[in-house]
Ligand binder design. Structure first.
Ligand SMILES: [Zn+2]
Length: 369
């Protein structure tokens, strides 16, 4: 129905929107980028050809005819595929026609999926990284950054493990001041986001803005707009830009552990609880079943763009003895094993995490009685 609407409105006048350009990302993946809307859409080599044709003034019908001739396919096969292609481009704001508005619930769900954070921008790119700082960042060798990140992660993990071995997982005891803990946590979350921004800027990626916001319009968070990460072509740089978040969480927990061990009494209690919360943030942030930094790191290392959805879909089909969809059938065996492993391990991790939280909550409530 919607594809039909696209054909009616956008037949002979369909062109790319003004300013749309072709850029390349990880694995040399071609993408269209609309600088006015600020978004990207992945495109296949055949898609690039079609886009070039319409920009050479071919109409949609002429594109269909040309594809039928070049690929010797019947019109019943080519037409729906072309319609779907243009519909997707149009909805992604890449064409010279406005996207078709969606109705009611579908629109709300769509906008929540696309933009799960209500944003209040505080810093724009220019103010976050002034030119002298950018110049200095460029002087830092890539290898030093990798080495520093690895060393910090190792030292922080040792410190936190030492703390847990010595005192166990922090228990809520003594009098707590949320007036200390909440601002300290907000500070932690802001620095976490800045760590992502710092690494991305080092790799030459523009940070559009940073600020505070509400995740799913409920949970307060800090955010950095990292949309342009798509432009990072090196998969290790991309993994590093995501992994620096959990490393920062662990480093924050290690600092709290040091302060808690070195100060007794009231301050010790505050930092002990802060350590517990920071470590929990770390555990959730490496959880590959959620759209976390951990997932983005694994995706980058595996050279994948939509790992979670593809892998879970694969496992679900296998578990329910359902036939695999086309995009999963023709995968090499090694990829199928990776998907099965990824989804099984990430589900096991998530269940383990929930089990530990439940156990901890029961223990904590018993010790209060
Ligand atoms: Zn992060």
């Amino acid at each position: 129905m919607q594809a039909q609407k696209v054909r009616e409105q956008a037949d002979d006048q369909t062109r790319l929107a003004d300013g749309v350009e072709l850029v390349y990302g990880m694995n040399d993946q071609p993408m269209l980028y609309n600088p006015n809307a600020g978004n990207y859409v992945r495109i296949s080599p055949l898609g690039i050809k079609v886009v070039e044709w319409i920009n050479q003034s071919l109409t949609v019908d002429e594109v269909i005819e040309r594809l039928m001739k070049d690929y010797r396919k019947p019109s019943e096969e080519v037409k729906p595929a072309v319609d779907k292609f243009f519909e997707q481009l149009r909805q992604a704001r890449m064409l010279n026609t406005d996207p078709i508005p969606q109705e009611g619930v579908r629109r709300s769900v769509g906008s929540l999926q696309k933009r799960p954070v209500l944003r209040i921008p505080l810093i724009t790119s220019a103010r976050a990284f002034p030119a002298p700082l950018v110049n200095r960042l460029e002087l830092i060798p890539r290898s030093s950054l990798y080495l520093a990140c690895g060393t910090v992660a190792l030292l922080a993990a040792c410190m936190v493990a030492f703390y847990f071995g010595y005192r166990g997982f922090p228990a809520i005891s003594g009098s707590l001041s949320w007036l200390i803990i909440i601002p300290a946590l907000m500070f932690h979350l802001c620095l976490h986001e800045m760590a992502h921004a710092f690494v991305l800027r080092k790799f030459g990626i523009q940070i559009r803005q940073a600020g505070i916001g509400l995740l799913y319009y409920i949970f307060p968070i800090a955010y950095v707009d990292t949309t342009d990460t798509y432009r990072l072509r090196n998969k290790y740089d991309r993994a590093m830009a995501a992994w620096v978040g959990p490393v920062f969480d662990l480093a924050g927990a290690a600092i709290s552990a040091v302060i808690s061990l070195s100060s007794s009494g009231w301050w010790g209690d505050q930092f002990q609880v802060l350590l517990g919360i920071q470590f929990t943030i770390f555990l959730f942030n490496v959880n590959p079943l959620l759209p976390s930094d951990g997932l983005r790191t694994i995706e980058a290392l595996m050279g994948e763009f939509n790992l979670r959805r593809r892998a879970l879909h694969y496992l679900l089909c296998k578990a329910a003895f359902r036939p695999l969809p086309n995009y999963l059938v023709h995968l090499p065996k090694s990829k199928k094993i990776q998907y099965a492993l990824y989804s099984t391990l990430s589900i096991a991790y998530f269940i383990g995490l929930l089990y530990m939280i439940a156990l901890y909550s029961i223990k904590a409530s018993l010790s209060f009685q």
